[in-house]
Design a protein around this ligand. Structure first.
Ligand code: NAP
Length: 249
């Protein structure tokens, strides 16, 4: 698949940026999607930047068509765009903010689905390789899909949905020669967690059995790359978490 084009969403930062680097270092060309245009210095060589909200249907259709035109086709997708909004189902302030819940679902669930549908349709137009393969899709779930903590109900629901879409998506795409695999990261050292105070970061690190630290985004990139390279991986959600099982709080 080397030298073929891969869309990476959320590529401006954190896990998306690490996936884009790992794939680019191995010869893939990258279409880096994020809310805002990405500074060229933050992009790997052979990458183009596109600005789009993954939850916008028509904008995503248009960007995917543009990417296919710019690169002469799309052979992969890594969905990393995502947001977190905390809040308890009911707290002293009252019921959970309904709009916040809908926003998390719109970006994390619909955004993932939206890219899979639009980019997947374009991958289906590829000539199959000698194994009958036309493309690979990698989604980003979270261990919150399984061990959702207090105050994570919206995020856990969204990441559970990403995990649950993996098998039916793989089954839907099997006849097209497109594999679908999700990664469920534990806690990684990205801007999403950078805002936490040092004592909270240390406490989080201590909850990971081994290695007891916030994980290096490069390990996520390595996993994304491996999924592209391993032709048997399909329809699975892979925990990448140092054996962390999150406590209620
Ligand atoms: P991050 O550094 O905040 O990166 C997320 C990127 O997605 C940002 O560049 C963000 O842009 C972009 N984005 C947000 N909403 C978007 C939208 N509607 N359309 C397009 N792009 C959008 O977070 P990260 O830690 O790398 O997380 C990447 C993914 O991994 C997320 O899905 C997250 O839920 C998941 N994850 C992370 C961890 C972790 O420990 N870090 C653990 C489990 C799962 P802006 O910055 O402009 O908003």
């Amino acid at each position: 698949m080397s030298s073929k084009a891969i869309i990476v969403t959320g590529a401006a930062s954190g896990l998306g940026q690490a996936a884009a680097r790992a794939l680019a270092d191995n010869g893939y060309r990258i279409a880096a999607l994020d809310l805002a245009a990405i500074d060229a210095a933050a992009l790997p060589e052979n990458a183009n930047s596109y600005s789009v909200d993954v939850s916008e249907t028509q904008a995503v259709d248009a960007i995917c068509a543009q990417v296919a035109q710019d690169f002469g086709g799309i052979h992969g997708l890594v969905n990393c765009a995502g947001i977190v909004k905390g809040g308890k189902l009911v707290s002293r302030k009252g019921p959970h903010d309904a709009e916040a819940f809908k926003q998390v679902i719109a970006v994390n669930v619909f955004g993932t689905f939206n890219l899979m549908r639009a980019a997947g349709a374009l991958m289906a137009e590829n000539e199959p390789d000698t194994d009958g393969a036309r493309g690979v899709i990698v989604n980003t779930s979270s261990i919150a899909a399984y061990d959702g903590q207090i105050g994570q109900i919206a995020y856990a629901a969204s990441k559970g949905a990403v995990a649950s879409m993996t098998l039916p998506a793989a089954r839907d795409m099997a006849s097209l020669g497109i594999r679908v695999v999700s990664i469920a990261p534990g806690i990684f050292d990205t801007p999403m967690l950078a805002g936490l105070p040092e004592d909270v970061r240390s406490a989080l690190e201590a909850t990971v059995p081994f290695p007891a630290k916030l994980a290096d985004p490069a390990d996520f990139g390595a996993m994304a790359l491996h999924i592209f390279q391993n032709k048997t991986l399909n329809g699975e959600v892979i925990r990448l978490d140092g054996a962390l099982r999150m406590a209620p709080q």
